[in-house]
Design a protein around this ligand. Sequence first.
Ligand code: URA
Length: 425
Amino acid sequence: MDAISVIRTKRDRGELSPEQIDWVIDAYTRGEVADEQMSALAMAILLNGMNRTEIARWTAAMIASGERMDFHTLSRPTTDKHSTGGVGDKITLPLAPLVAACGAAVPQLSGRGLGHTGGTLDKLESVPGWRAHLSNAEMLDVLDTTGAVICAAGDGLAPADKKLYALRDVTGTVEAIPLIASSIMSKKIAEGTGALVLDVKVGSGAFMKTIEDARELASTMVALGTDSGVRTVALLTDMATPLGLTAGNALEVRESVEVLAGGGPKDVVDLTLALAREMLDAAGLKDADPEKALADGSAMDVWRRMISAQGGDPDAELPVAREQHVVTAPSSGVLTRLDAYDVGVAAWRLGAGRARKEDPVQAGAGVELHAKPGDVVTEGQPLLTLHTDTPEKFGYALEALPGSYDIAPAGTPFTATPVVRERIA
Ligand code: URA
């Protein structure tokens, strides 16, 4: 077997054999296949695709490159959620403790943000003292004692994906559906969850800009999960506008705590409850009542225990950015569009996100929204507040915003896009 013949097969639109796939993933992980060879293969896959048989084998080979976790010692059924990433997507924060409060165990191995989408670990690190990196034994202990754990995936989980994802990031090959599906599912299957709910985002702020692409990604991942014995369901959810009223690390933690306290923006609450119901159903806990667990404070109790178990202080003041800049409405009328991608880019430029994996993020930086599509606004009222510790970034962030919203004359009819657009099982 050699790398050139594998690349040629896919370059010429052929089907990769199971032996070719197993060999190339293993040899790449060991350093025998060079980065430039894997880049060429990833580009051939992006251009020519892979069929379901190839994707399943590719995923299995990436799982086999590392360890598999085992939660069989837990007394509760395990259920997890994965989001393909969006702007203001803080749902994991209220969702994991909520589902745990309803009787399931939630092992959330999460990542950091790159580009305009935020990362769950960056958000939680704005809680003073909170630790993202746990050993496998510590992770199991937090999960066992609190019902939920949100932490960084260890280096042993799908190392082939770690290497390949970093390569795709710098070679323009992230957007290939077979590679996204196998990347996400290799980590989730290796993690050992019994049930999985996929939140596949659609719209300007998401990887998938069209409903057709989102459907294809979702059905590919559902098939991979189901064939591996993981009960898997996907919701296609709107990411044309940011979720909730905040994008940025500490800003999003604050909003998540509001949800756990029984308040918070309606779209965040609705999506949290929709995903919670799916996770509990998939775990076989059909009688659980997540709405009650939000209202009676039991989800908040799990949040506090989960944060404390990882060194965080749930009562500590969250960081606030040193400087603010308010963007006002240029006219009166109905806000008909507020673009998720542009708000994400502005938050990122203010310091909430990073351009390279090793860059630090600012805990307080981000964008606060004062209106959402469908709201009536008055000329001069605050539309957005930009937050940063480094005010020299305001100009660059503001450059992302002209054209990011539309205000139509008062009385213009507006039809809201539902947060949950489709379900694929
Ligand atoms: N998230 C992942 O884990 N992998 C991808 O390829 C894209 C998003």
